[in-house]
Design a protein around this ligand. Structure first.
Ligand code: ADE
Length: 229
């Protein structure tokens, strides 16, 4: 997969794109990430990317001409046509709530474009004519979409073929199936009087499997009953 991220604070993405599973995906040749700095790509003589809102009000709005010019420079096509060729995702708190199913749907794409809004908003024409999809990572407001894009890309990168050594770890994780993950323990078996459940030390794989399934179900019922409905 090739991921293009258009943003105004590319330095926010340096560490997330160069560490952990994203770096591993890049190293494995499963992912290429290109971060595009909208200031550098701006056609404005002063490299401005935003302006005051029409009708007045506080804050600045990301300009549609800047966004369009950036896309046209990178892809050599009209900005409004790019979404016919690949997902063009605007990160915004107004978007569809991002989840594991959306991560899986993005992970099969050859290319994905992320547009990170910043400041108080983006010109509505970016939503209408350039983005094909809007995603939110939750009901809270970040100052910009960079961290949100990093969150989305991290969850997609780990689904790309060959990135995680053990594909079962993806399958067994929370949200891969209908249940949250069962509790995990490692050595020492006893610490400060805190014990590992006996069943996990029993070596009886059938009991262990049944215990884990029951725990996952119980945990899901207690914490996220919505997942069971
Ligand atoms: N930009 C600002 N807040 C956001 C959020 N919650 N999700 C995605 N993008 C955002």
């Amino acid at each position: 997969m090739k991921a293009h991220i258009f943003c105004v604070l590319p330095e926010m993405l340096t560490s997330p794109m160069e560490s952990g599973v994203v770096a591993r995906a890049v190293g494995a040749g499963a992912l290429e990430v290109v971060v595009h700095d909208l200031h550098r790509l701006s056609p404005d003589a002063h490299h401005k990317v935003d302006d005051c809102p029409y009708g007045g009000g506080p804050g600045m709005v990301l300009r549609v001409d800047v966004m369009a010019h950036a896309i046209e420079t990178v892809f050599g096509c009209e900005a409004g046509t790019l979404r016919r060729r690949m997902p063009v995702v605007l990160l915004t708190p107004q978007g569809e709530r991002f989840d594991q199913e959306i991560a899986r749907s993005l992970a099969i794409e050859e290319s994905v474009v992320f547009i990170c809004g910043r400041y108080e908003g983006v010109d509505e024409r970016i939503r209408e004519h350039i983005a094909g999809r809007e995603l939110s990572i939750g009901d809270f407001v970040l100052s910009g979409g960079e961290i949100a894009a990093a969150v989305v890309l991290e969850s997609v990168a780990r689904l790309l073929p060959g990135v995680l050594g053990n594909d079962r770890s993806v399958e067994e994780e929370s949200f891969a199936g209908p249940f949250l993950e069962y509790p995990q323990y490692t050595r020492p078996a006893s610490f400060a009087g805190w014990e590992v459940p006996e069943v996990l030390l029993s070596g009886d794989h059938r009991r262990i499997r049944d215990w884990r399934r029951a725990q996952a179900l119980e945990r899901t019922r207690a914490r996220r009953p919505d997942l069971l409905s």
